[in-house]
Structures are given as structure tokens and as C-alpha cells.
Design a protein around this ligand. Structure first.
Ligand code: GRF
Length: 208
């Protein structure tokens, strides 16, 4: 069983996709041991509680410094003895000591085809605004390992999504989630849980 922790900041639709995939057997050999949010109002915490999963909140606002928050976050993560940490819309910079400690055991979902529209400043709707502004016809999502850079770690899976005439950032964001993110993140977890790190063999994988 892959003991997995999911870190969230918002609505948690990606978390929901993971929970559903475990429940319906699409993802196997995986247990969600904890959901941690930096935002007490995150609906993702509610989704975790409804599922009987420990839901923890650590807000930077409740700590005297960023360093104190970072230490508490690492301590919290450590206390659950996790094999894998999944960033599912987590809007906090991961402390370097956590990256070093959990190298190749932290994955992130990014709503574009990296290396397009990624890095500093590209998060949430901004990614889709930039894609529309550039006029790309294809966008998508990427699951990658987290390293010290911004969206710069090794890529695990990618899936392309068509941009349609008349798309707004909101409609594009929704299509990228439905067609790519909600499939890709569970697929990546299943690959890791079952020791198959060859994305080309996965449904929802590289698109082959
Ligand atoms: C997703 O678009 C994810 O790619 C981005 O933040 C969003 C999270 O949505 N980083 P949700 O909280 O999973 O609904």
C-alpha cells in the first residue's frame, strides 16, 4: 500500500478524482493517509472528512515566520510516514528541506503542457489566460516530480487538450480538468503505486 498524502489549497476536484479512482478500483495499492491544506476554508478538507480521511490545516498566518511554518509542515508530513506526497492545487512553495527529504516522492499537477505556460506566476486561471493570449490550439496538463525549481522536475505524464473557438479562461480550465487533470493525476499515482513508471503504457498517458 502506497501511503499517500494530498496537499491542497482549494476546491479539491483533483483530490476527489483520486478518491473516486481508488473507490472504483482504477487506482490500486494506494491509501490516502491524510489531506493537508494551508487554507482553512478549502472545500478539499470537507471532501477528506466526508471520506473519513484525516484533514489537517496549517495556515502560514498562524506562524511567526515562514521558516516556522515550513518546519511545522515538514513535521506534519513526516508524522504520517508517507511514501508519496501529491500536490493537488497546493499554492504554497514547498520547503527545500522537504524536497530533499522526499526526492522523487512528491508529484504535482500543472494545467499546461510543460514547458509551456509554467514557472513563476503561472498558476490557476493565469495559465489558461496566457495560453489563450498566445493563441495555442493545443494545451493540456502535466504531472511531474517536484524539484527545487518551479514546475521544473522530471515529467511523468502529459495529456493534450484542444483549445476551442470562443474558449474563455474558465471554459478552457474546465476542459483541461475534465479531459486531462482528473485522469492524469490518478494514473500517475497508480503507476507509482504499482511500480510502473513507463507513461506510454498508461491510459491517459502521453497520448499515444
Ligand atoms: C488545478 O487546475 C490544478 O492544476 C491547479 O489548481 C487547480 C486545483 O483545483 N494547480 P482543485 O482544487 O483540485 O479543484
Amino acid at each position: 500500500m502506497l501511503r499517500t498524502g494530498v496537499l491542497v489549497s482549494g476546491g479539491g476536484t483533483n483530490l476527489q478524482a483520486i478518491l473516486d479512482a481508488i473507490d472504483n478500483g482504477t487506482v490500486t495499492n494506494t491509501e490516502i493517509a491524510v489531506v493537508i491544506s494551508n487554507n482553512p476554508g478549502a472545500y478539499a478538507l470537507e471532501r477528506a472528512r466526508k471520506h473519513g480521511i484525516p484533514a489537517e490545516c496549517l495556515s502560514p498566518k498562524n506562524f511567526p515566520s515562514r521558516e516556522a511554518f515550513n518546519d511545522a509542515l515538514v513535521e506534519k508530513v513526516d508524522s504520517y510516514g508517507l511514501d508519496l506526497i501529491v500536490l493537488a492545487g497546493f499554492l504554497v512553495k514547498i520547503p527545500e528541506k522537504m524536497i530533499a527529504k522526499y526526492r522523487n516522492r512528491i508529484i504535482n499537477i500543472h494545467p499546461s503542457l510543460i514547458p509551456s505556460f509554467c514557472g513563476v506566476g503561472y498558476y490557476g486561471l493565469k495559465v489558461h489566460e496566457a495560453a489563450l493570449e498566445r493563441g495555442v490550439k493545443i494545451t493540456g496538463a502535466t504531472v511531474h516530480f517536484v524539484d527545487e525549481g518551479m514546475d521544473s522536475g522530471p515529467i511523468l505524464l502529459q495529456k493534450a487538450v484542444e483549445v476551442k473557438p470562443g474558449d474563455t479562461p474558465e471554459t478552457l480550465q474546465r476542459r483541461v480538468m475534465e479531459e486531462a487533470e482528473w485522469k492524469l493525476l490518478p494514473a500517475a499515482i497508480d503507476m507509482i503505486a504499482n511500480h510502473r513508471l513507463d507513461g506510454d503504457k498508461q491510459e491517459g498517458g502521453t497520448g499515444k
